[in-house]
Design a protein around this ligand. Structure first.
Ligand code: BTX
Length: 326
């Protein structure tokens, strides 16, 4: 019921909404409304109550609240349910556990803190408490496993669009999966899948967004940034999560329509910071890349299967794995 109460309070804007109207619209007693409002206040929402006028939302909580996120999702949003945790090792690990237990598509796991946040290829992901967005979505796409790699690119587009809409901030995508501002990472995405040779059990894109981080440890400072550092404003994390989920829904449905990125190519390329820029193709992991095998080229965009097209001395190449440096 908190979801509906928040929707109605937000809908009323600066105005009060009477307890009577809330009771009638939600079909519950005044006491039930009062109890839920009290719980929202305890969670950090500033809700003003005036005896004859009713309730008014003054300020949302600076806390992740499942009902708040749900109250902002579009009616046709793919995300149907939010599990909100104070602390977890990794939201990806938790989402995968739920998926193994049969949780349907559309459940989102979010956490205030990750104690063992994961990056790609065994790397870590710094996930300080209370300031970031650490979340993982359960998907059950009816696609071939080799098509699932593009989920990451779809998620990157959704993050870029969500940040633009919610924070009025332009970001770019560093192929394949980093969302960057001025060359620094504001978001990383790790998609984990469970599949058989021709069937995907589930895919879990895990998204880490540095929302309100005020400073990074020295080893990250030159490659990481946050929305706060770029705008000087604090982001309402519940609103941003919902904006990303709403954007993801639209992009993901287009992706499922064809099973590839053909309907999203143009928009992805517009977001691609590497487009028409010189890139260094590193075959293998960046840390171990053999300098002999590095090759310069100009990135031209992606293919419908998500590969990066790089114009090199030896002609156009499709980079399907490895990394590029911006
Ligand atoms: P990646 O391997 O591309 O990036 C990891 C690298 O990025 C690290 O080695 C480090 O250099 C740098 N890094 C670590 N933490 C941060 C940070 N907070 N901001 C910017 N750079 C950082 C990217 O992997 C995939 C990250 C996915 C994270 C999400 S959070 C929710 C979900 N749960 C989980 O455990 N992982 C995902």
């Amino acid at each position: 019921m908190k979801k509906e109460i928040l929707q109605m309070l937000r809908g009323a804007g600066e105005d009060y909404i009477s307890g009577q109207v809330l009771c009638e619209k939600l079909g519950v007693s005044r006491q039930a409304i009062w109890k839920n409002i009290t719980q929202l206040k305890e969670a950090g929402y500033q809700i003003e109550s005036q005896p004859k006028k009713g309730y008014r939302l003054v300020e949302s909580a600076d806390k992740l609240v499942g009902a708040d996120i749900e109250s902002r999702l579009k009616a046709d949003c793919l995300c149907r349910k939010v599990e909100c945790l104070e602390q977890v090792d990794s939201t990806n690990t938790r989402a995968k556990q739920l998926a193994e237990l049969g949780e349907p598509e559309g459940t989102l796991v979010v956490a205030e803190e990750q104690t063992a946040g994961k990056g790609r290829r065994g790397r870590g992901w710094a996930s300080e408490p209370g300031i970031g967005i650490w979340m993982s979505l359960i998907l059950r796409p009816r696609l071939k496993p080799q098509q699932a790699a593009s989920v990451t690119l779809v998620a990157a587009m959704a993050v870029a669009k969500g940040i633009r809409e919610c924070c009025e901030l332009e970001t770019g995508i560093k192929w394949p999966n980093d969302v960057v501002i001025h060359g620094k990472k504001v978001c990383g995405i790790l998609t984990e899948t469970s599949s058989e040779p021709d069937y995907i059990h589930y895919a879990v894109p895990g998204i880490g967004i540095n929302a309100n981080t005020k400073s990074f440890p020295e080893e990250l400072a030159d490659r990481a940034t946050s929305i706060y550092l770029e705008t000087g404003r604090k982001t309402d994390r519940n609103a941003l999560i919902a904006a990303v989920m709403n954007a993801f829904t639209d992009y993901y449905r287009k992706y499922l329509e064809t099973g590839d990125l053909s309907l999203l190519l143009e928009e992805y390329d517009q977001m691609l910071v590497n487009k028409d820029q010189e890139v260094l193709v590193l075959y293998g992991m960046a840390e171990e890349a053999d300098p002999e095998k590095m090759q310069k080229g100009i990135a031209r965009g992606i293919t419908s299967s998500g590969a990066l097209l790089v114009d090199t001395d030896e002609g156009m190449k499709e980079i399907v794995s490895g990394e590029v440096s911006v």
